[in-house]
Design a protein around this ligand. Structure first.
Ligand code: CP
Length: 333
């Protein structure tokens, strides 16, 4: 059994075609590569709670310039489940030489001398993309750059849909937030689904929309995109009744910032209640709720947690498998 998993995994990892490459955007992967990654993630699920010696001797450096629970710890878990080891810096602005003004470019160059792969989170999208492309000498995983993209979250979200429903082609997803300009996990998730021709409804206030560059990528990738602005609760109820999934990217900015307070103030029309979901269900339509987490109290109805509509904690588990598949295909082959 173990031998079969290992030989299947190596074959699938090669098929993904990411060996030695960075993973900076879901938009860089083809539909075929995404499906190969999902096949690999499913093949690795049986060892997702134990470990195997795929990456014995390989080292991952995780460097997170922004707070994280899920992304850093599940990426590290994935590396360890594959038999590799991890060096980590969770507070670089306090405890690394970033506090002594070392540039991101120099930091990635230095980390490349220690590690075989770097998992990076950074608040500046352009700077992080440039440093990953020009300074890192080993593959880099984008674990959330700025407001724009969070590709491993997008990958695990689509993997969750694929695992639960086995189909990405005929999906309608409602991506909704009181601020879509910073909804990086929603952007990345939609970029993946667009490759399968999915219908993507983007709902937000008109002055905090999904960035134009992201919408353009969704359309050019084959997504059927609709933008809806300044929703009322009734409008959201109607949209929920059309969607297979409501995807909430949540508020990614930390406590104490103006952007977070603004999000909180404007969230009311985007609040999803169990009643709205049950109303659609009575009319024969099942809608699932996804959220990249963390959530704040009052963001959406927590009574959904114990119902069949909940997918947000399932996403967390699928995240380890998706990240195992990604890491193995980047440095295992
Ligand atoms: N979903 C997500 O990115 O969560 P963390 O910020 O806790 O990593």
């Amino acid at each position: 059994m173990a031998y079969k998993i290992i030989s299947t995994a190596w074959d699938l990892a090669e098929k993904v075609g990411l060996s030695g490459k960075s993973f900076l955007s879901v938009s860089e992967l083809s539909k075929e590569q995404l499906l190969a990654l999902f096949e690999l993630a499913r093949a690795l699920e049986p060892i997702g709670r134990s470990s195997a010696n795929f990456l014995n001797g390989k080292v991952m450096a995780t460097f997170f310039y922004e707070p994280s629970t899920r992304t850093r710890l599940s990426t590290e878990t994935a590396m360890r489940r594959l038999g590799g080891s991890v060096i980590t810096e969770a507070t670089p602005l306090l405890s690394s030489s970033a506090a002594k003004e070392e540039s991101l470019h120099d930091t990635l160059r230095v980390l490349s001398k220690y590690a075989d792969i770097i998992a990076l989170r950074h608040s500046d999208y352009d700077l992080a993309m440039d440093a990953a492309r020009t300074a890192a000498e080993v593959p880099v995983i984008n674990c959330g750059f700025g407001n724009r993209e969070h590709p491993t979250q997008g990958l695990l979200d689509i993997y969750t849909i694929w695992r639960m429903f086995g189909n990405l082609e005929n999906v309608t997803v409602l991506v909704a937030a009181a601020d879509m300009s910073r909804g990086r996990s929603g952007h990345s998730m939609a970029m993946g689904l667009a490759k399968f021709g999915a219908k993507i409804i983007l709902a937000s206030p008109k002055d905090l929309p999904t960035p134009r560059e992201v919408v353009d990528i969704l359309i050019s990738s084959g997504g059927q995109v609709e933008e809806v602005f300044d929703c009322t609760t009734d409008m959201m109820t109607d949209l929920i009744a059309k969607a297979d999934f409501v995807y909430l990217p949540g508020c990614r900015v930390p406590k104490g910032t103006d952007a977070r307070e603004e999000f909180r103030k404007r969230n009311q029309p985007y609040y999803i209640s169990l009643e709205q979901l049950e109303k659609a269900r009575k009319n024969g339509h099942m809608t699932y709720v996804m959220h990249s987490l963390p959530r704040f109290a009052g963001e959406f109805d927590e009574n959904i947690d114990k119902t069949e509509h909940e997918l947000y904690f399932k996403q967390v588990q699928f995240g380890v498998f998706a990240r195992m598949a990604l890491i193995l295909s980047m440095i295992g082959v």
